[in-house]
Design a protein around this ligand. Sequence first.
Ligand SMILES: Cc1cc2nc3c(=O)[nH]c(=O)nc-3n(C[C@H](O)[C@H](O)[C@H](O)COP(=O)(O)OP(=O)(O)OC[C@H]3O[C@@H](n4cnc5c(N)ncnc54)[C@H](O)[C@@H]3O)c2cc1C
Length: 463
Amino acid sequence: MKFDYDFLAIGGGSAGFNAARVAAGLGLKIAVVDGARELGGLCILRGCMPSKTWLYMTEVLHLARKAKTFGLRIPSARPDIRAMLARKRKIIGEFAAYRLQALTAGKFDLLRAHARFVDAHTVALSDGRTVRARHILVGTGSKVSVPAVPGLAEAGAWTSDDVLDLDFIPRSVIVLGGGIVACELSQFLRRLGARVILVQRSANILRDHSPDASTVVQQAFVDEGIELFAGTQLRQITRDRRGATVEFVHDGKVVRRRADHLFNALGREPHTAPLQLAAAGVRTRPNGRIVTNRWQQTSAPHIYAAGDCSGPAEIVHIAIQQGELAARHAAGVPKLKPVDYSLLLNVVFTDPQLATIGRLERDLTAAGTPFLAASYPFNDHGKSILMDANYGYVKVIAEPRRGRILGAEIVGHDAGELIHAFSGPLAMKATVRDLLRAPWYHPTLAEIITYPLEEIADQLDAR
Ligand SMILES: Cc1cc2nc3c(=O)[nH]c(=O)nc-3n(C[C@H](O)[C@H](O)[C@H](O)COP(=O)(O)OP(=O)(O)OC[C@H]3O[C@@H](n4cnc5c(N)ncnc54)[C@H](O)[C@@H]3O)c2cc1C
C-alpha cells in the first residue's frame, strides 16, 4: 500500500498541532489538515486565552473598584470596552500568528481544507484532493451544543464566541448553564456592569467539583450581585425584538426572567459528525465522543484520537499530552506511559478561583479508598487577610498509612497558581512529611498549604 504521509493530523488545534510537532521530531512525513478560516484552534482563538485576557481585565477593574478597602481613592474605575477589545484582539492576534508560523515552518505540510474519511487510510478533502496516510490522528475538537430546550435553537442565543468578542456592555444577560465557561463569563459580564441572571440545572454550579468548593464560588457570585438559580428545570425560551424570556421551574414554582440577551453556556460536544468515522471503522459513543484506548488508539488501531473529540476532559494540557502520546505510539517509540489521569489538574478562573488536582474525597469515598483530609480557610491566613482575599480554603487529601498525597482542592485567590505546589509532589508520589521538609516563604499565600499538611502529619502520628 502506498501512502502520501506517515502521519496525518486532522485538526491543527492543541491536540493535532502538538501531535504533528512531536511526530516531525521523530522523523515521520507529516501533514496537518485544518479547515478553519483562521488557524490556531479553540484555546488560542476562542477558548482559554481570550477568556483569561477578558477575566484578568475585569479583575483589575474589580480591584480598582475595591480601592476604598485598601484606603485608596480611585474615583472612577470604568471599563472602556472598545479599548479592552482592541487589547484582547492584539494579544490573541499575536498568539495566533505565532501558531500559524509554527504550522507553516516547513516541518510538515499544511492542508487548508475540511477532511472526511473515505476508508481506513484515505481522507477526502473539501478542495477535491484525496490523501492517504499510514497513521491518522483525529483532533477535531468540540462545538457548542444546543440541548433540546423548547425555543432555545430559535432564540439566537450568544455562545462563548460572542461573549469573547463583545464590543459593547450589555444591560442584562441570562446565562444558561453553570459549568466552567458559564461561571467564568458570568462573572466577567457582571464585573463589566451587566445585570446577570445565571440559571443552572444541578443543585450547585460547577457540579463536577465538591459542594463545599462550589458553594464558596456561589457565595462570591451572590455577593457581587449575580442572580443565581440552581436546581432548575428549563421549560421554555421565547424571543422578541427586545430580548429573551426564560421560563424555568425553581423550588417547585414556575419562574420567568427576562433580559436583553441570552447566553447558551450549556456545554460543548465532540465535533466528529462530519468526519464520517464509520467509513474508517472508528467507533464513537452516542454523544459522538471517539472511543480510544490508553494509547489514544481508536477501534481502528492505526487511527488515533486526542483532545476534546475523545475526552475524557476538555482541558488543553490533556489534549497536548494525548496528541504527543499518539504521535510517539504511531512512531513506535518504546517504553511509553499512558496519560496519568490520577494527576488530573483542573482550574476554574472565577474569582475566587477553584483548582483541584489528583483524587478527591468524592471519588475516593465512592471507590471505598481510605484517606485523611485536612483543610484551612483563607480568612484566617495573614497574607490573604492583608490582600482582602478571604474567600475559600486549601484542602489536602492523603493516603492514611504513609501520608502520600493523593489530591488537593483550593478555592481562593490565585488558586490556579497555588495548586501547582502539588503538581510535582503528586507526580513524584511525595508524602505530607516530604512537603513539610520543603521551605515555604513567609508571608505568602502558598504557605497556607503547610497548615493542612501539619494537621495530616499530626493525624498520622496519632495513628
Ligand atoms: C470559553 C472557553 C474557555 C476555555 N478555557 C480553558 C482554560 O482556561 N484551560 C483549559 O485547559 N481549557 C480551556 N478550554 C478548553 C480548551 O480550549 C479545549 O480543551 C482545547 O482547546 C481543545 O483542543 P483540541 O485540539 O481538542 O481542539 P481544537 O483546538 O478545537 O482544534 C480542533 C481543530 O480541528 C479543526 N477541524 C475540525 N473539524 C475538521 C475537519 N473535518 N477537517 C479539518 N479540520 C477540522 C478545527 O478547525 C480546529 O482548528 C476553554 C474552552 C472554551 C470554549
